[in-house]
Design a protein around this ligand. Structure first.
Ligand code: NAD
Length: 318
């Protein structure tokens, strides 16, 4: 009998890619999402178009399932999460999804569940120096995330760990650091920096100008989707619950990222810095724990994934 897998958020960026990967590995897949995938319909054996804020939908989704990957969330880039306008929705929607999926899974006897947390749980006070952020897993407390999105992720991590403790469920928790790649949002207001910069540079005339929020000196690391999925699958099949960072250690400033994309595009443009939502000053993945626990860590160069992503976005724009 093929293992039956549920992917929550299969209509989204990472969930969609994960469904393709699981299909390649030969699993039977049920997807659930509020919406169909915008760019590339994932190869699910069953797809439930439904709202996981409804406990009845969550119960239907988890029925007769062996393992769950929970990637559904009310999610977006800085222009969605850091402006304050969506705080109540983000907290309410994502917490309700996690409460429903986990409780449904527990009642249905599903033994194993993956949860996608985020680097946004890390305290702001450790990320004020762009050159030297601290994001080791054990630095999460005393908690001080800089967004409600981060607080919900931290609450939900605790929820999953409590279900593991009290109900004997096997949980696996990853803290993703800025995952990017083709087939993700790039113009709907939920896009993140790599996709937004690719779009702006692809749309700009040669010698033209693009806008960047803030001074562009804030640093981040970015993880290509294929390595994210590799980490997720290795974590799921391991004995380690996490939480563990799944991210790249190749830190770059936002100005540096823009310059890298210009090189890839073969198109130099001017950068105009404008006011905008920023997030923390510096953030980088710390991969010491994942190396110890999984004997593996992401290592592909940023340029490689950015080239594939730029090419895809440029093609969408036409
Ligand atoms: P995404 O927005 O592309 O995918 C999330 C999906 O969840 C969407 O398709 C959305 O429609 C669905 N969804 C939202 N509310 C729902 C509901 N009530 N019922 C059913 N489906 C619902 O985001 P993504 O980039 O694929 O992220 C996947 C997960 O990874 C999320 O939990 C996100 O918080 C986490 N994460 C992502 C990143 C990243 O860089 N992409 C970083 C850290 C954490």
């Amino acid at each position: 009998m093929r293992k039956r897998i549920l992917v929550c958020g299969a209509g989204g960026f990472i969930g969609g890619h994960l469904a393709f990967r699981l299909r390649q590995e030969g699993y039977w897949i049920r997807g659930v999402d509020l919406k169909h995938h915008e760019f590339r319909e994932p190869p699910c054996d069953e797809f439930i178009l439904g709202d996981l804020r409804d406990p009845a939908v969550a119960s239907r989704a988890v029925d007769s399932i062996d393992e769950i990957y929970q990637l559904a969330a009310d999610m977006g880039g800085a222009g969605y999460i850091f402006i304050g306008d969506h705080d109540a929705e983000v907290l309410h929607n994502s917490a309700t999804i996690n409460l429903n999926v986990l409780e449904g899974a527990q009642r249905a006897g599903v033994r194993k569940i993956f949860y996608s947390s985020s680097a946004c749980i890390y305290p702001e006070y450790n990320q004020t120096d762009p050159a030297n952020p601290k994001c080791s897993e054990d630095s999460a407390y005393p908690a001080a995330p800089d967004s409600e999105y981060g607080w919900e992720k931290l609450f939900s991590e605790r929820l999953y760990l409590a279900y593991a403790r009290n109900y004997g469920m096997q949980v696996r928790i990853a803290r993703f650091h800025n995952v990017f790649g083709p087939d993700g949002a790039f113009r709907d207001g939920r896009e993140k920096a790599p996709a937004a910069l690719c779009r702006k540079i692809a749309e700009a005339p040669a010698g033209g100008e693009i806008e960047i929020w803030g001074g562009g000196l804030q640093t981040r690391s970015f993880l290509y989707i294929d390595e994210c999925l590799e980490g997720v699958r290795r974590l799921m099949d391991s004995e380690f619950s996490g939480p563990v960072n799944i991210g790249s250690e190749e830190m770059i400033s936002i100005n540096g990222l823009a310059e890298l994309i210009m090189e890839i595009a073969g198109k130099p443009v001017l950068i105009r810095h404008i006011e905008g939502p920023l997030g923390v000053r510096g953030r980088n993945s710390d991969n010491r724990l994942i190396r110890v626990k999984l004997g593996w860590a992401p290592e592909r160069p940023l340029r490689e994934g950015m080239a594939k992503t730029y090419e895809w976005i440029a093609r969408q724009i036409g």
